[in-house]
Write a protein that binds this ligand. Structure first.
Ligand SMILES: [Zn+2]
Length: 266
């Protein structure tokens, strides 16, 4: 597997195959999707306080066809974590959703703005405020902390650490990655999703690669994998890290995880 060009140079088109082949116009005809409905219903509901558009309620009537087209276009893989997705879930396959990465003013439901995602990643990407967390269960906890390198960079967000171990793992991994170029392809999602850290897309992917390398790479006998090393920390140390994780039941931002936009203005 060669190094994705996107990591080496953010000015090069992102590496995800689905994203590279960005002409999706043929899908409109193929799946009988009505281009006139790309903006969704005429008057979208807005959630008073947040001003956020509730995508689910605003879905156009041809949503099923759009979903089918996008799931197929992404090869029935989640655009963030790469897990298998389908129209119906079974033991090996997650229920496939589509998430819109449309920026302000762009057509929310245009096929070019939709990404296929699994249910846990959908929850991470679409949960806009803490009060919404848990509304549909706690599936978001199953979403991988980091995106996979084959992801669509527009949804390449790092999930906030939900446990002390995740906070610690992230800390150790950050020393193992090169200074990844700052790529803001994921800024729309980062801005909207309360569970997303402000990490640039390239850095989030690099962290994910470092974790995979740690879990699956070759080891010398003196080395331990991170998941084993975590257990060698003292109880006190582990408690300290626990306090740096996010507790969605009480307050999302605890232990020094600053609001995303202040750290990395977009
Ligand atoms: Zn996923």
């Amino acid at each position: 597997m060669s190094e994705p060009a996107f990591i080496a140079d953010p000015s090069v088109a992102p590496y995800n195959v689905a994203y590279l082949v960005d002409d999706r116009s043929h899908l409109y005809h193929e799946y009988d999707v009505d281009r006139d409905r790309d903006h969704g219903p005429a008057a979208p509901d807005r959630n008073g306080d947040t001003g956020a558009v509730d995508s689910d309620r605003d879905a156009p009537v041809d949503y099923p066809a759009r979903r089918e087209a996008i799931l197929a276009f992404y090869g029935h893989r989640c655009g963030r974590c790469g897990t298998k997705v389908a129209r119906q879930s079974d033991e090996e396959t997650s229920l496939g959703y589509v998430h819109s990465v449309a920026a302000e003013g762009e057509p929310e439901w245009a096929l070019s703005n939709l990404v296929a995602v699994c249910e846990p990643c959908y929850d991470v990407l679409s949960t806009r405020c803490c009060e919404d967390l848990g509304t549909f269960g706690d599936t978001y906890r199953e979403a991988p902390q980091f995106p996979t390198w084959t992801c669509d960079p527009r949804v390449a967000v790092e999930r906030l650490p939900l446990t002390g171990r995740e906070a610690w793992t992230r800390h150790v991994l950050s020393d193992r990655i090169e200074d990844a170029p700052s790529c803001r392809a994921n800024h729309t999602v980062v801005r909207r999703a309360c569970l997303a850290r402000s990490t640039p897309a390239a850095e989030a992917v690099a962290l994910g690669k470092a974790l995979v390398r740690d879990e699956r790479g070759a080891l010398s006998t003196s080395n331990r994998r991170l998941r084993e090393r975590w257990h060698t920390l003292t109880a006190h140390e582990r408690e300290e890290w626990e306090s740096r994780a996010v507790d969605p039941d009480t307050s999302l931002v605890t232990g020094g995880f600053e609001p995303a936009l202040e750290r990395h203005p977009v």
